[in-house]
Design a protein around this ligand. Sequence first.
Ligand code: CMC
Length: 434
Amino acid sequence: MTDVAAKDSLTVTDNRTGQQYDIAITDNTIAAKDLGQIRLTDEEPGLATYDPGFVNTASCRSAVTFIDGDKGILEYRGYPIEQLAEKSNFLEVAYLLIHGALPSKEEYDAWVHEITYHTFVHENVKNFMHGFRYDAHPMGMLMASVGALSTFYPDARNISDADNRHMQIVRMIAKMPTLGAWSFRHAQGKPYIYPDNDLGYTANFLSMLFKMSEQKFEADPRLVKALDVLFILHADHEQNCSTNAVRSVGSSQVDPYSAVSAGVGALFGPLHGGANEAVLRMLKRIGSKENIPAFIDGVKDGNERLMGFGHRVYKNYDPRAKIIKKSAEDVFEVTGTNPLLDIALELEKIALEDEYFVKRKLYPNVDFYSGLIYEAFQFPPEMFTVLFAIGRTPGWLAQWAELVQDKDQKIARPKQIYTGDRQLTFTAASERWG
Ligand code: CMC
């Protein structure tokens, strides 16, 4: 230990030995490896931290997304989500996330052109998707088909080449709606619809979902806008479970299709991408406004959860929920009101005034209203997470590209605290079983 500790440092005393250590503080963090010098003897392993779920551990430096959960702030590359949702569109936001800055007119046009002309997938991908069972979950189909793309683009393994990375990023953002829409059509037993490259990104997705025998499918522009906004709101959310999965798998230097397919798998889980479906089920169960007080009492007694409320990071209104609430109104203008909206609005009003929720800082999150919108589009609940995945793809890829260029990064390999047996003596099966 130095005599006078640096101001930006932490001085810790190991009470087992009485030794003191100065550990540098950078960006309000200490480097976990610095704890390794704290050890009982030279032979013993150094001190480590135990943090299941990375609740208080930074796994990377990132310049993609900023969140201040206490203040309810979300920014992509420094731009507030509210401004992007109001004034931008999904492909421009995707460009921003991937490139780190807004495009010039020429850059934007070239980007949209590139994405538009990579929407088709190899015909064998279609045959591969046809092979799924009639009732395959669309998220399972999406995860498998994104992973399968790695076999169609073996060049994607050359991740150290910037042009090559760009090519795969374009391909994946472009093809995700095609794979997502075909997963939906498969479950419905309907023919897969090829992309219509005269249409914009989100309008083309709706065409691939809903087109039947008409020459051209033209969705109501208000619905196109609402879905585009939903994609923007889901485009990135810093180090969440699926992004961490993409980074963790990507850290082995595998191709980006394999890494993103791991992200789709993580998103599939009900604790991550599936809460909007749970909100819908909850609202249906409540059934009418009169039943809300009894439901709230049940939540306060700990018998159930108010789904779509609360967040690990946001201790304030989730900024995405505010925007989605407005989008819901726009969508219902086209589709007619969903009676569940009245229940949701009343539920929110009561909860925001109730001491139980106020004290615990429980506010609506992104999932509180999104399920209502998806239902108005006539998506079955299994499709909700596919929509989330399409929106999240640019974020996964921006984080992946950042990872592979980050000199600090190593292959992900957490420590463990071993709790099992040691040095048992093995007896062959023939002896154990007599
Ligand atoms: N309803 C009722 N009580 C709740 C709720 C809720 N939705 N959420 C948290 N609480 C209570 C919880 O019981 C605890 O109370 P106490 O201190 O008396 O034990 C306190 O609030 C803190 O909760 P926690 O479970 O420690 O908080 P967490 O940060 O571990 O959990 C959460 C965050 C999102 C899992 C949780 O709020 C929850 O289960 N919400 C409902 C599910 C949901 O809407 N999930 C979507 C999250 S947003 C999607 C995304 O960004 O991926």
